[in-house]
Every structure is written in C-alpha cells, then in structure tokens.
Design a protein around this ligand. Structure first.
Ligand SMILES: Nc1ncnc2c1ncn2[C@@H]1O[C@H](COP(=O)(O)OP(=O)(O)OP(=O)(O)O)[C@@H](O)[C@H]1O
Length: 250
C-alpha cells in the first residue's frame, strides 16, 4: 500500500446470486483527497461502496489505513475510521436530530472514546441548521436537511475516510451546491472522501481524481480536471446528449 493512500481496493468483485454486479474493480483514495466514481444507473457504484464497507460479501482486497482486510466487516471498519452515507440516508425518523447524531458515535463510544459532545459541536458548526432544529424529529425534515443529518451522523464517528453515495440525489440545485461546498470543506479538515455521483458535472468539479464505472468495471480513470475535458466523458456524462441531462430535463 502506498504511503499516501488511505484506501486501496484491488480486484474487487461482487455477485448477487449468479450475476456479477462488480467485476475486478481497483481504485485508490489518496490521503486528504476527494475521489469520485461516476457512472450510469446500475453500473455497480452502490455495490462497490457497500462491499468496501463490509456490508456485502466480496472477493478481492481492501487495504485501509495501512492494513489489508481480507473480509471487511462493517463494525470493525467503522471503528478503524471508515464510514458510509448510504443513498437512502437511513435515518431514524421518529428520533430527534440530536439522537440520530449520537447514534453515529455509538461504535466509537463502545470502543472507549468519550468525545461525542465535542464532535457534535463540530458537526453543528458545519451544519448550523441541524443545531437550530436539534430536537425536531428526523422524519419531519426536508430532503436537504435529511442529507445534512446523514452526513453529520457519519461525521460523529470521526472518519478518516467518508464514503458518500449520491449525496445530491433528489435535491434542489441550491442545496446541491451547499452539499458540495461541505464536501470541499471536509477535505480541508483532513477527511478523505470517496464520492459516488450521477451528477458528474458537480462531482468532477469538486474531486481531485475520478473513476468511470460502467457495467461493473472501471472504464476510465484520471485526474478529475483531465476527465472533465475528455471527449468520451463529455459525450456520455457532461454533454447535452448525456443521460443525466436527459433526466434533468424530464
Ligand atoms: N440486492 C440485489 N440483488 C440483486 N441484484 C442487485 C441487488 N442490488 C443491486 N443489484 C444489481 O446490481 C447492479 C449494480 O447495482 P448498483 O445499485 O450497485 O448500481 P449503481 O451504479 O449504484 O446504480 P444507481 O445509480 O442506479 O444506484 C444492477 O444491475 C442492480 O440491478
């Protein structure tokens, strides 16, 4: 594992029954970098993140923060500093914002760390709106607020690597801008980020490095600034004819 990569994934494969959804994916996230995985619906993006996190059985190798996990296991990965904000956010709707946040510190608390109140204040500085509404039930929040809470809850575990699955999905443009501003701010605070997005334009703008995933395999990768100018990326993901643009206009 190279010294400045917090995550190195080699030859990751995941099958649902007989169908292989992810085939031999290799990728790396440099320390303090934002790396994005873009690709169309069904390409295997969510499956890749879930397998890295240990939520799905997989083949291949996941090296995280200096040691190799033969079989990643989710609770251990959280304690070691990896966290995932799932596409469906998975909040506890009948609980308050504050209680949802505290749940994010559960594994850390169990392993003896008692810094949850301090961490919560840091999360509140990042998301003042969550503090204003801290006693409100999570289920009554707007889509943007729910996404902020999902990110805030993951930050309660003080992750070294934060994986975000389509954080902009279903959100209004102004909120999307705010979410991407926060992603950039997290990098400034030293968090490494693996960002899965269908909003390729915004993802390639904020990221340092990018992978294009299609049909379960990496089709292209490179500096985000280079991929932004690549004619194949422009045609499939950024141009007017791209699927994403069609979706936006419907
Ligand atoms: N639980 C499951 N059982 C069977 N097949 C699945 C399951 N989850 C995903 N798949 C299939 O695996 C493939 C990859 O799905 P995945 O959700 O990882 O793609 P994705 O790139 O995240 O797509 P999207 O952008 O639509 O979320 C798809 O063909 C999908 O239908």
């Amino acid at each position: 594992m190279s010294n400045n990569n917090v995550l190195e994934v080699k030859n990751l494969s995941v099958a649902y029954g007989k169908v292989e959804a992810v085939s031999g994916v290799s990728l790396a996230v440099g320390e303090g970098k934002i790396v994005t995985v873009i690709g169309p619906n069904g390409a295997g993006k969510t499956t890749t993140l879930s397998a890295i996190m240990g939520l799905l059985p997989s083949r291949g190798e996941v090296a995280f923060d200096g040691s190799i996990e033969q079989v990643p296991e989710v609770e251990r990965m959280v304690v070691r500093g990896m966290n995932l904000v799932p596409e469906k956010r998975e909040l506890f709707g009948s609980m308050s914002i504050e209680d949802n946040l505290l749940l994010g510190a559960f594994q850390r608390h169990r392993s003896g760390k008692r810094d949850h109140l301090e961490t919560m204040e840091e999360v509140y500085t990042l998301f003042p709106r969550l503090k204003e509404r801290r006693l409100q039930q999570a289920g009554t929040m707007s889509g943007g607020e729910r996404q902020m809470l999902a990110v805030g809850r993951a930050l309660m575990a003080r992750p070294k690597l934060l994986m975000l699955d389509e954080p902009s999905l279903g959100l209004a443009p102004l909120i999307v801008r705010e979410i991407f501003r926060i992603i950039a701010e997290l990098r400034r605070r030293g968090v490494s980020i693996l960002l899965v997005e269908q909003n390729a334009r915004a993802a390639l703008q904020v990221a340092d490095y990018a992978y294009v995933l299609e049909n379960g395999g990496i089709k292209m990768h490179g500096e985000a600034s280079t991929l932004r100018d690549d004619p194949r990326v422009i045609e499939s993901y950024l141009g007017l004819g791209s699927k994403h643009q069609e979706l936006l206009s419907t």
